[in-house]
Design a protein. Structure first.
Lengths: 225, 249
């Protein structure tokens, strides 16, 4: 079987969705770690950002990240459309089978993956416009992203928008992380139940870290901290 | 003790005809009747009144053949876990209830008449690779090929699949992954089926996709309605087999 044929199949597509999804999650961990440097003050934060932007390899990483992101979006959107056409006539009455058997993993999160996914894609676009392509301040000869972040999160509207966006990403990962494992064929009688819990714990942990940043910055901008 | 229930039943004269939910009143329903016996009684009344009886599939009526399959109040095979439609009894409902009965819905399972759907797509998936190729001769000694008990048990768990199609009916994507993976695991776990493991998964998945089933969202609703409670662990195993085959191993 050729890889091209395999990657177009229902299972191959889901394996690609899982791999790209996990890659994006790994990126999120790195992104959060970098962002938490904000707590260390303007110098550390700006120098970290400068080290990233100043490295020519960042362009390679950006193209790679964008490709992974687009592949994840393309495969999931195509999947949703194909899945809709797999049931042309809808049921008049529909109930979750979970009602009769708790072995189902269906949740509000699992049924709204495409909604939370599309929202996340739109959020990423506005996020890049706000920060990466936002106002360029300079301090000590390098870009002053610390000042930009302080300025943006001094507005309560931005803080609320970011908290909502991180909540949506939490929801996406709530099902996404353990679902990726299942798509990749990771399964074990003892470890799968723990993996399901781990996926939820990790989604709360990563979102919790991201919740902290706009709140901290807002309080700092208001002189509370 | 007799109950009266209102039925909303999907009626469709033929594959191309438009269908709709028709309302019937079933009287003199005994709580100990099976769901299909209740429909039998409704049909006798319809025949006596000179009307077309409700078409539905059934055969063994003891949960082992896989013929019956109705979506009862929005759940394939009705309210009981680990049961087929024929194993549901009227005592699970209350006097005066309204019960909606629909056929399994999927592009790959076209409605033939009323509640009867064509599940030939499953047969074609089996024909694509759900077998073990070998020349059969005299039966070998039962202990000639040693198989550990836990492996035999897992193969047997998967072999329990009766091909009813409830997994497809409940899946929001109308995916046939649980059915296909159960057949793949049942054969692949045993030494006789191991030899064709890679080829089997590729061919069966290709046929499954060609039939117009959807893809798996890992929600596990299929496991919850499966009358044989086959686990989506089998789907994970199928994904592993597929990945290995795709990478040429």
């Amino acid at each position: 079987m050729r890889l091209q044929q395999a990657s177009a199949s229902s299972i191959g597509s889901k394996i690609l969705v899982a791999l790209t999804g996990l890659a994006l999650f790994v990126f999120l961990i790195g992104h959060l770690a970098g962002n938490l440097l904000f707590l260390a003050g303007p110098e550390a934060f700006n120098q970290y950002a400068h080290a990233l932007i100043g490295n020519p390899l960042v362009y390679v990483a950006e193209v790679g990240l964008l490709s992974v992101f687009l592949l994840h979006v393309a495969k999931t959107v195509a999947g949703v459309l194909a899945n809709r056409s797999a049931r042309p006539t809808a049921y008049a009455t529909r109930r979750w089978a979970k009602a009769k058997n708790p072995r189902s993993r269906k949740s509000l999160a699992s049924t709204t993956m495409i909604v939370t996914g599309v929202f996340t894609a739109l959020f990423v676009a506005t996020h890049l416009a706000t920060f990466k392509f936002g106002t360029v301040y300079e301090a000590a000869g390098i870009r002053d992203l610390y000042r930009l972040q302080l300025e943006i999160f001094s507005a309560p509207g931005y803080v609320v928008f970011y908290l909502v966006a991180m909540g949506v990403i939490l929801f996406h990962l709530w099902h996404g992380l353990s679902s990726a494992a299942q798509s990749l064929g990771v399964d074990h009688p003892q470890w799968t139940p723990r993996l399901l819990v781990l996926g939820r714990v990790l989604s709360v942990a990563i979102a919790g870290g991201f919740f902290l940043i706009p709140i901290y910055t807002f309080l700092l901008s208001r002189g509370v901290l | 003790m007799a109950m009266t229930v209102t039925l909303k039943v999907w009626r469709q004269a033929g594959p191309a005809a438009p269908g709709r939910l028709e309302t019937y009143t079933a009287t003199n329903v005994h709580p100990d009747m099976s769901f299909l016996e209740m429909l039998d009684v409704v049909n006798e009344d319809l025949i006596r009144a000179g009307q077309d009886p409700i078409a539905f599939d059934s055969d063994c009526r003891e949960g082992i053949c896989g013929s019956c399959g109705l979506v009862i109040n929005g759940i394939p095979h009705g309210p009981d876990a680990g049961a087929t439609t024929c194993q549901v009894h009227m005592r699970r409902f209350r006097n005066g209830d309204t019960i909606t009965i629909e056929p399994f819905r999927a592009r790959a399972f076209p409605v033939l008449k009323d509640l009867v759907v064509d599940r030939g797509a499953f047969d074609r998936i089996i024909a694509a690779g759900g077998y073990v190729s070998m020349n059969v001769g005299g039966a070998p000694d039962a202990n000639a090929v040693p198989i550990p008990k836990d492996v035999a048990d897992r193969a047997m768990d998967n072999a329990q699949c009766i091909g009813c199609g409830a997994c497809v009916a409940v899946c929001k994507n109308a995916a046939a992954h649980l059915f296909t993976s159960a057949k793949i695991a049942h054969l692949g776990l045993l030494p006789q089926g191991e030899a064709e493991r890679g080829r089997r998964v590729v061919q069966m998945v290709e046929q499954m996709d060609a039939e117009g089933f959807g893809s798996c969202s890992n929600e596990g609703e299929c496991e919850a309605v499966c009358p044989k409670q086959i686990s989506i662990a089998s789907i994970a195993r199928m994904n592993r087999d597929y990945l290995k085959a795709a990478l040429g191993k």
